[in-house]
Design a protein around this ligand. Structure first.
Ligand code: AVJ
Length: 367
């Protein structure tokens, strides 16, 4: 589903008459009027677009049943991000131990103008944008460099998209926002329409993908980007395992609550009947695989009911269910890797401790 948010200069003006100089107020009265599902046909009615609807209960049930029946047991990480999960992740981003968000944000703040200069005028297309806080640095720089910027944001969380859009139209009058509810894998088809573009894939979300998923991801990216299009990738870098493990085992227990959230969702949507207090969060760094592995450990044996499929899966005491991987990267190796998919590194930015990397990639000419 795609919604179009028009900037304050174009729509919602009638209901805001007499108060156009207060952008906060303007945005508040603007959003409900412009947050309309698109309809096909009409010139004035925004056109309809359906990448996918929110994952259905049946899809959730099937993926949970498949993952829990696999060896080792696992759950797809995208189901962590319902409204509560997205809010918990936002909270993780503010934790003292979780350095990636603020480190990446500082890198973007320092180099946004340089990026705008290298890419020139482009549509910004963000995959898995969440609350899009870090994107503000880029919108500021592109807004200053260009007369008008189009920002297309794609996320599975409708709530996060709506929040982000409201804040962006308030703070950046030069920016037009298009919000797309969908999985980032489904967003590739948009690249062609918005070319010349700069695709943003920040926050080391790429780290959630395993080897096979990563190959498919880069193959699709390369296929859908036109030669000359840009891709901005944020990646968490290999570092002291203690620093890494602390980031995923915070003292306040928010990471643990985030992991448990997918089981809470199973209780709500699948009538799973789980005792959440008996499910522990475990996050360890696997040095050989250069990744944090996050699992839920079942302290007691539990029967997981999956009501929509009329089935039950038994999980024994002490068993683990992997809920997430978070890969860490080495810049030089990653540059070689993406080159295999026709992407050349145009600029590489990092912080003084070299904890996080931001890579500006460009689609090479077809050879
Ligand atoms: C959103 C996938 C980048 O891997 O660091 C943070 C998710 N999970 N703490 C990460 C996460 C637990 C995060 N990513």
């Amino acid at each position: 589903m795609v919604w179009h948010y028009d900037g304050p200069s174009r729509r919602g003006r009638s209901s805001c008459r007499g108060r156009p100089s207060n952008p906060r107020w303007l945005a508040r009265c603007l959003i409900p009027r412009t947050l309309v599902p698109s309809r096909p046909g009409g010139a004035t009615a925004p056109q309809i677009e359906r990448l996918s609807s929110a994952p259905s209960r049946l899809e959730f049930a099937r993926d949970v049943a498949a993952g829990l029946s696999d060896v080792p047991r696992w759950l797809p990480s995208r189901f962590l991000y319902d409204a509560r999960g997205s809010a918990l992740f936002e909270e993780i981003c503010r934790l003292p131990e979780y350095y990636p968000t603020r480190t990446e944000s500082a890198i973007l703040a320092a180099h946004a103008e340089a990026l705008a200069e290298i890419t020139g005028p482009v549509t910004l297309v963000e995959l898995g944008s969440g609350s899009a806080v870090k994107t503000h640095h880029l919108l500021r720089a592109y807004g200053a460099a260009l007369h008008r910027v189009h920002y297309v944001s794609i996320d599975v969380s409708e709530a996060a998209l709506a929040d982000a859009a409201e804040r962006i139209v308030t703070q950046h009058p030069a920016v037009r926002v298009t919000s797309v509810v969908g999985r980032y894998e489904e967003a590739f088809q948009l690249f062609g329409r918005y070319s010349p573009c700069l695709v943003l894939f920040l926050g080391s979300t790429i780290g959630n993908l395993n080897h096979a998923e990563s190959m498919v991801f880069w193959d699709r990216v390369a296929e859908h980007l036109a030669p000359g299009d840009f891709f901005l990738l944020g990646v968490d870098l290999v570092k002291d395992p203690q620093v890494l493990e602390r980031a995923y085992n915070d003292a306040a227990g928010v990471s643990a609550e985030f992991t448990r959230n997918v089981f809470r969702r199973m209780n709500r949507e699948l009538d799973a009947g789980l005792d959440l207090d008996a499910i522990e969060h475990v996050a360890r760094y696997n040095a050989a695989w250069q990744r944090i592995e996050i699992s839920a450990r079942f302290r007691n044996g539990q029967a997981v009911r999956i009501a929509p499929l009329e089935t039950t899966i038994d999980i024994g005491a002490g068993e683990m269910v992997m809920t997430e991987i978070s890969r860490k990267f080495e810049v030089r190796r990653l540059v070689n890797y993406v080159a295999c998919f026709g992407l050349a590194a145009r600029a590489i930015y990092t912080d003084p401790r070299r904890w996080f990397g931001v890579l500006l990639l460009q689609r090479k000419e077809e050879s």
